[in-house]
Design a binder for this molecule. Sequence first.
Ligand code: GLA
Length: 377
Amino acid sequence: MTRGFFEAFGHDPEGIWAAPGRLNIIGEFTDYNDGFVLPMAIEAVTTAAVARRHDDVIRVSSSGAPATTTPIASSRICNLTPGNTASWSSYAFGVVWAMTEAGHAIGGVDVFIESNVPIGAGLSSSAALECALGLALRDLFASTISLQDLALLCQRAENAYVGVASGIMDQTASLCCTAGHAIEFDTRSGEIEQVNFDLSAAGLELLVIDTQVHHQLATSAYGDRRSACELAAKAIGVKALRDATLADLDKIPDDVVRRRARHVITENERVLSVAALLRSKRFIEVGPILSAGHQSLKDDFEVSCAELDLAVDTATHAGAFGARMIGGGFGGCVIALIRSEDQRTIERSVTAAFASDGFTPPRIFGALPSPGAHRVM
Ligand code: GLA
């Protein structure tokens, strides 16, 4: 990491910061409906090695930067303009832009990014990048920003600078999660509760099945579902679907919009049920709720795909307590709650099922609740 920084910029970094990807246990598409989510941090992280400069220039490089093009992207901070979405470096520029726009005196920096968070897998690789750099800039220039305010600034970078209309879950999870816990996060009030989720002590783990499928549809569908939720809230007469109940569904004339709303309403209930089960350490009972969540994402929210469904069905038949797709949908990962000792058997079954249906072999690994963003050096 320090070597990559030195090779790019010819001097050493002042420090290195790491921010993890996240895995959402339950609470999909609830964050932009003022609802509840229950994510945890994963072990994979994005790291940002950073050194301050004496001017207002930001230079960004990465071990993943293509060698054939300019390996360093740079800009004066005063010239940063939203909508500059040409490459991954815009996520870094966006963070500097958002912090500056909020009135923080961010100076020039050299930044070197490295990551082992799978990209496009629904594990929040973009939030991990934003949060690693955001935490570095906070420590170097604006130490009074709280982690939750920093999450909002990183979200603003993604929404307004990069132009992706994501909710607040990913950045909050990456910054605020702690090892051995999930966070129960009320996206309306901002309230966060660390909920014990010491899976390994119970001989359990979450198996992550990365289908390696990335459908183009995901971005347009995300906006489309978001609009449907706003329409539903309007039809019911509430500020957001967080305030609606199943009895309100009759007020929505359109069948598709009604099903979108039903997913959000039932999903919020699932988050609260799972959080209650975790508090009483009844981990195994979480399984069927995950599976019910998947069914709802498949039938009501319609964001699943054949590979995700196959992973869920096969893992469940092979012994998982429950499974569901996570993240934005149309590809990415499934999580399955399993006994650690069953990992090999379930892996083999899922791999065999993918081969027999002619799908790309999935990448499968276990995940435990890991530390949130922190300074490494
Ligand atoms: C993406 C967004 C999140 C959230 C999820 C769906 O990961 O970035 O804010 O909306 O989709 O739950």
